[in-house]
Design a protein. Structure first.
Lengths: 58, 238
């Protein structure tokens, strides 16, 4: 997968390295900005309140 | 076995599949690592920024609206912006803005929220009841991260525009079920108190980095102090 991406990037090794870095940063941005905020409430790591259970907001 | 005899294409298909699987697993590992960084670091950055801004707004509002002086002043506050600041010297985390509600979108801004559900909190200026609060243990400001450092006898001070409410911690419950809503009732029996009083309850999750159980600390109002023009801190915070 990564090898395939590398082979399909244009330019010489340096240009490819820079493009790869930009791609990685883009992926990290999308994860932090959209994916993780969406996923976090679905995971049971951060409920701090007491409640009457099933389905109630934490 | 017969692998040496198999045609080269089969081997390269298998090798290709395995390398794809390997890359996929590495990717999953990296994403999970990033998620940990997000949960424990980035949400704190965002929440502290939010809490700082909202806190400044509340203080601004307190300064610019001195017209509503008199005994009714605390009630006149807009509860959506925050009703005041919680100071727990034992937690060493400065001041924590307190807002209404304990929904994730409230608490995720690095504030403590007072319960409206399942048991409605009594606000500090009410004659009796339980001022029950919740905040994050980790991530999103982690305002109650050091709740385990709070011991009996420690001071918990709540600051509103015109009054310091000084509470003293008298009981803690280091681990309880997340369904134990009795801990935030008006007279929390498990704290040992049986008669109505003016209590404060801090709740968060425990053990750290999980949400398996709840950690509860109870305090009782010992005195109130009028805020003076310089906002001189009460003795407990000096």
């Amino acid at each position: 997968m990564y090898g395939w991406i590398w082979r399909h990037l244009p330019g010489n090794a340096w240009v490819r390295a820079v493009i790869s870095l930009v791609l990685v940063l883009g992926v990290v941005f999308v994860l932090f900005q959209y994916v993780f905020p969406w996923a976090e409430p679905l995971l049971p790591f951060n409920d701090v309140t007491v409640d009457e259970g099933s389905g109630a907001t934490p | 076995m017969s692998r040496a005899a198999s045609p080269p294409q089969n081997r390269s298909v298998l090798a290709g599949f395995l390398s794809l699987l390997g890359e996929f697993l590495i990717t999953v590992g990296l994403v999970l690592g990033l998620f940990v960084a997000y949960s424990l670091w980035w949400t704190n950055v965002l929440a502290d920024r939010q809490a700082q801004a909202r806190g400044n707004e509340v203080r601004q509002q307190w300064q610019t609206a001195p017209g509503a002086n008199g005994s009714a002043a605390p009630g006149a506050l807009d509860t959506m912006d925050g009703i005041g600041f919680l100071h727990v010297p034992a937690m060493k985390n400065g001041e924590v803005l307190v807002k209404k509600g304990t929904a994730p979108d409230v608490l995720d801004d690095g504030v403590a929220g007072y319960y409206t559900d399942p048991v409605k909190a009594a606000l500090p200026w009410e004659a009796s009841g339980n001022f029950s609060l919740a905040a994050h243990r980790d991530g999103h400001g982690a305002k109650f991260h050091n709740i385990d450092k709070v011991k009996n006898g420690d001071a918990v001070v709540f600051e509103t525009r015109d009054t310091w409410y000084v509470y003293k911690v008298f009981a803690e419950l280091r681990q309880t079920s997340k369904y134990n809503v009795d801990v935030i009732s008006a007279v929390p029996k498990e704290s040992g108190r049986t008669a109505p009083g003016r209590f404060i309850t801090l709740t968060t999750c425990t053990p750290v980095y999980t949400s398996k159980f709840r950690y509860v600390v109870w305090g009782e109002l010992v005195r109130t102090e009028k805020v003076d023009a310089q906002r001189t801190l009460p003795a407990e915070l000096r």
